[in-house]
Ligand binder design. Structure first.
Ligand code: FAD
Length: 416
């Protein structure tokens, strides 16, 4: 069934009895040409683009839990392409362009909302850095504008402009950035991939890799062995564990990141706002909750929950930025497992094991990358060559010293 306004009206008039499941629940086949491990945003997008752009058939996505159970359903939903470095900026701008047509291409309302992102700066040096970033964005076709305090006071009058420690001097704004409903993105890709014949196998955990003469020929799963021509692993926070099953050690660490949502409020915040003097970002969901987050908890963990010191730190940042947030009650908080790379940038590459490919190292910026990551990984799986926008995301870049350190903080994953 195609979704449309007409369909919504028709269903409303007939008691909503005609909606079917969004995707099939098939039994695993003995073998596929392409097996994608991980039914998060990146795995599902990969399967969709493999089928649609590269005309590949016989594709399966293997998910150990249910669709949307991982980080794709846990993030703070921010999408943007305000990157500085040449290895990153064209890739994220490609992603932004794919976001802009995602809903038409998948025929699904993912609530993509280009409400703009406002990156605040608090010093002259930071303004210069943001100006440089804005220029880099423009060079790769993205939009950016620098605004001063006067404009900001009109846009966001409740910000703490005159905070003695962190006075707000202006902002870099990307108007095309914004938010998308995170689990809607997973459901949209899953449904669209299913319609192209992709088998989505939930409750199907990969527990090992089958190999013949060194080459991966399939996977062992909790639903039995499945043969594969090529295997693409896109399991985000579980990357080290899953690739460990193939004997590979990755330049990644797993960390917890928490997110928070307040009780529903009347519309108060039109954009995404980020604090430039601490790690804090906030937007308002369509239900009215203020959705916000901050830094990693700072220790390695596979737990999908965090601890109180980070809650306090995030709350302090929020209060420094917009004291009115102190009046809102916190409704929920949760955590997700981040695959932090040593330079803060991702990996989309072949591995030393023939037939095995890796998509990982997204740190806490992988949601915005979902469309481009899926497209580029599909390109790699289909053609065995990197997509031009992801050519820098090689696994051996750490050995070569060709790191892509967007923040310039060095080889310490918890700082990225
Ligand atoms: C609190 C929080 C806030 C964030 N905010 C943002 C943001 O605002 N903007 C942004 O760009 N990014 C953000 N991120 C990061 C972003 O969510 C992730 O980088 C991205 O979702 C990771 O890719 P994914 O969707 O494929 O991951 P996931 O959804 O985690 O998918 C991986 C899947 O692999 C499955 N899996 C694991 N092991 C196996 C196995 N052995 N067999 C089969 N399946 C397996 C898991 O169950 C999981 O479903 C945030 C993350 C968190 C946690």
């Amino acid at each position: 069934m195609r979704f449309s306004g007409f369909r919504v009206i028709q269903q409303a008039l007939t008691g909503h009895k005609g909606w079917g499941p969004l995707w099939r629940n098939p039994e695993p086949q003995p073998a596929y040409d392409f097996v994608i491990v991980g039914g998060g945003g990146h795995g599902l997008a990969t399967a969709f683009y493999l089928a649609r752009e590269f005309g590949k058939a016989r594709i399966a996505v293997l998910e150990k839990g249910w669709i949307g159970s991982g980080n794709i359903g846990r993030n703070t939903t921010i999408i943007r392409s305000n990157y500085l470095l040449p290895g990153n900026q064209p890739f994220y701008e490609f992603s932004m362009k794919l976001w802009e047509r995602l809903e038409q291409e998948t025929n699904f309302n993912a609530m993509v909302s280009q409400r703009g992102i406002v990156n605040l700066f608090h010093s002259d040096a930071q303004r210069d850095a943001y100006r440089r970033r804005g220029n880099a964005m423009k060079l790769s076709g993205a939009d950016a504008r620098l605004v001063g305090q006067d404009t900001l006071r009109e846009m966001l009058p409740y910000l703490n402009f005159d905070n003695a420690r962190f006075p707000i001097k202006g902002a870099l704004i990307q108007d095309r950035a914004g938010t998308a409903r995170h689990d809607g993105v997973a459901w949209g890709y899953a449904r669209a991939a299913d319609r192209l014949g992709v088998d989505i196998l939930q409750n199907c955990e990969v527990t090992g890799f089958r190999r013949e003469q060194g080459r991966v020929t399939g996977v062992e799963t909790t639903r039995g062995p499945i043969g594969a021509g090529r295997v693409g692993v896109a399991v985000a926070g579980s990357s080290s564990r899953v690739m460990g099953l193939a004997g590979l050690r990755l330049p990644l660490e797993s960390h917890v990141l928490q997110a928070f949502v307040s009780e529903g409020l009347k519309p108060v915040l039109d954009n995404v706002v980020t604090f430039g003097a601490g790690h804090f970002y906030v937007s308002q969901s369509d239900k009215g909750g203020l959705v916000f987050g901050g830094d990693l908890d700072g220790y390695n963990s596979y737990a999908q929950r965090g601890n109180l010191p980070t809650v306090e730190d995030v709350a302090e940042c929020g209060m420094a930025l917009m004291p009115m947030i102190g009046k809102a009650r916190l409704l929920r908080s949760w955590g997700g497992i981040m695959d932090m790379s040593m330079d803060g940038s991702p990996i989309i590459d072949r591995t030393p094991v023939e037939g095995l490919y890796l998509n990982g190292g997204w740190c806490y910026g992988g949601f915005k990358a979902t469309p481009a990551s899926g497209f580029a990984f599909a390109h790699l799986l289909a053609t065995d060559t990197p997509h031009p926008t992801s050519a820098a995301y090689r696994l051996d870049r750490f050995a070569r010293g060709a790191v892509i350190d967007e923040k310039g903080v060095g080889a310490q994953p918890n700082l990225h």
